[in-house]
Design a binder for this molecule. Structure first.
Ligand SMILES: Nc1ncnc2c1ncn2[C@@H]1O[C@H](COS(=O)(=O)NC(=O)C[C@H](N)c2cccc(Br)c2)[C@@H](O)[C@H]1O
Length: 526
């Protein structure tokens, strides 16, 4: 089977390089089914990668043949991803909780050569499946059904070959496969090393499902730095006590997660956070962290660096900005700063002009060597986001059109405004849902808010939901007073028709606020 040239950018080579310097250092710290912690060294992980690669090699697959990897983040799953990388087999990650329908769509789109699943997962009854199937665990990789050997057309794994394909949530219709090359992801992770996001002494806790590139980010940042990856089991995430106990016992120094990760412990038992004496930094990403909750987190973890990670799967990420400590009382939006080392964000206004004046706002275009190759088998969708450089299109250099809006502040840093498609028109006025949510979270007792538009009799009407602190939830929430408060801060067309208290906001598989589910919830008969 073809291999990468030692000088070629390859995810396996980058992540296993620390095995030479510190073979006995922990690469992965994970809990077994009884919750007992085990440390898997770089040496042992690399041996497992080679063992898996030998079995995959025997199948006669060709560079570029996709492999679906179904697992939660764990040492064996990481070994599977790296074995695929070593052989030039693009991995397509799905989590055990990915619905059958979505997995079937992914299989239809990429026609994978193999579907490898963690051995504690049942085989799914799908009406179409990958050509081959296999199960893997720390003992090895076992082929259940071998794919037909191919005539190999490739000789070597190149940096331009696909490392992985991550499917977006497809919030706007069919899920799209984001194709990332080895060169893109290795370039990005080298920028993380340059920005020293993690170091060899770190123990990086990862909490996102494997189908979300936030999980791949944790794997990449930890292993490329020679640090230890500490996957948090899904069943530990729902309970504040189990999550904090695991993070404490694993001596996690850095925790990656979406803002909703922290909601349960902040709401039910914030004092548990005081036990995280090894914690040095928290990286959050995926959506805006509601400021009341972020302030609470900062109060409980005053010595911990809180990093606002902004970016899209099409470049893995774009910027990492420290949250001011303490967060000024009058600050309403978080800065998303400047792009990471080796990348640059440019704002383009509605007329296509480059925004250079502080206070100006526009759509974020990301210039980076770490951009994705394109959407799998979808040149039209690709052409919409990989566009000619708005500063000087004649070069033909492509930049990523993010669909996000931001404002340029006095220091040249960007302040996130919201998604362009969250801009809605209410009675002909442009409404920024994020602005309504930001205003609602300033109400006493409100911990998070989400606004949405629902069609009503040919018009679009605004509706909102809020979650409250336990104390505020015990009292009666005065919705009309809340709307009056918003009416004092925002123009009348931005005041929601109703605001509803929910015990929690509905979340997507990746832990973000699920706006479609929220709209259904708010429009369902009471
Ligand atoms: N910090 C923010 N404030 C506000 N809005 C954010 C933030 N981070 C995102 N978003 C939004 O999410 C969109 C993108 O979604 S995505 O493609 O699923 N990718 C993601 O969410 C995760 C992203 N790949 C990622 C992965 C690892 C590390 C980092 Br650091 C970032 C962006 O275009 C933004 O609209």
């Amino acid at each position: 089977m073809p291999r990468p040239h030692p000088s070629a950018d390859n995810l396996y080579q980058l992540l296993m390089a620390p095995a030479d310097a510190g073979p006995d250092r922990p690469a992965v710290v994970e809990a077994d089914e009884n919750g007992v912690l085990h440390e898997i060294s770089y040496r042992r992980l690399d041996a497992l990668v080679k063992q898996y690669a030998a079995v995959l090699d025997g199948l006669g697959l060709d560079v570029g043949d996709p492999v679906v990897v179904e697992a939660d983040t764990c040492a064996a799953a990481v070994a599977m991803l790296l074995a695929c990388s070593l052989l030039g087999l693009p991995f397509v990650t799905v989590s055990p909780h990915t619905p059958d329908t979505r997995l079937a769509t992914i299989i239809d789109q990429v026609t994978p050569a193999l579907h490898a699943r963690a051995n504690d997962l049942p085989a799914r009854e799908l009406d179409r499946h990958a050509e081959g199937s296999a199960v893997f665990d720390l003992g090895g990789l076992v082929i259940e059904r071998a794919p037909a050997p191919r005539v190999r057309r490739r000789r070597e794994v190149l940096s331009t070959d696909t490392a992985y394909i991550v499917f977006t949530s497809g919030s706007t219709g069919r899920p799209k496969g984001v194709v990332m090359s080895h060169r893109a992801i290795v370039t990005f992770l080298r920028a993380m090393l340059a920005d020293q996001l993690a170091g060899p002494a770190d123990r990086v806790a990862s909490t996102s499902p494997l189908q979300f590139d936030f999980a791949l980010f944790g794997i990449g940042v930890a292993l490329s730095a020679g640090a230890a990856l500490v996957p948090v089991r899904r069943e530990d995430l729902g309970s504040p006590r189990r999550m904090t106990a695991f993070l404490r016992d694993a001596k996690a120094t850095q925790v990656h997660g979406v803002p909703s990760l922290w909601r349960p412990v902040l709401r039910h038992d914030p004092d548990l956070l005081l036990e995280l004496t090894h914690l040095r930094s928290v990286v959050f990403a995926g959506e805006e962290f509601p400021l009341p909750e972020l302030r609470r987190l900062q109060e409980m973890l005053p010595a911990v660096r809180l990093v606002n990670g902004y970016g899209a799967t099409e470049s893995m990420a774009a910027s990492f900005t420290d949250v001011p400590n303490p967060l000024p009382a009058d600050q309403e939006r978080l800065s998303i700063g400047r792009a990471h080392a080796g990348a640059e964000m440019t704002l383009v206004d509605a007329d296509g002009r480059i925004v250079t004046e502080p206070g100006g706002s526009g759509e974020i275009y990301l210039r980076s060597p770490a951009l994705f190759t394109g959407y799998w088998n979808d040149p039209e969708a690709t052409a919409k986001v990989l566009v000619p450089d708005p500063v000087e299109p004649r070069h033909g250099t492509k930049v990523l059109r993010t669909g996000d809006l931001a404002r340029l502040d006095e220091t040249g840093e960007l302040c996130f405004i919201g998604r362009a498609d969250f801009q809605v028109q209410i009675r002909g006025n442009r409404v920024e849902l994020g602005e309504i949510e930001g205003t609602l979270t300033r109400l006493p007792g409100v911990t998070a808010a989400a606004a949405t538009v629902v069609p009503r009799g040919g018009d679009q009407i605004l509706m909102a939901a809020v979650t409250l602190t336990a104390a505020a939830a015990a009292a009666d929430f005065d919705a009309s007073a809340a709307l009056a408060f918003v009416g004092k801060q925002l123009p009348s067309y931005m005041v929601p028709r109703s605001v509803r208290v929910l015990p929690e906001l509905p979340l997507t598989q990746n832990g973000k606020v699920d706006r479609e589910a929220l709209t259904r919830r708010l429009t369902a008969p009471r």
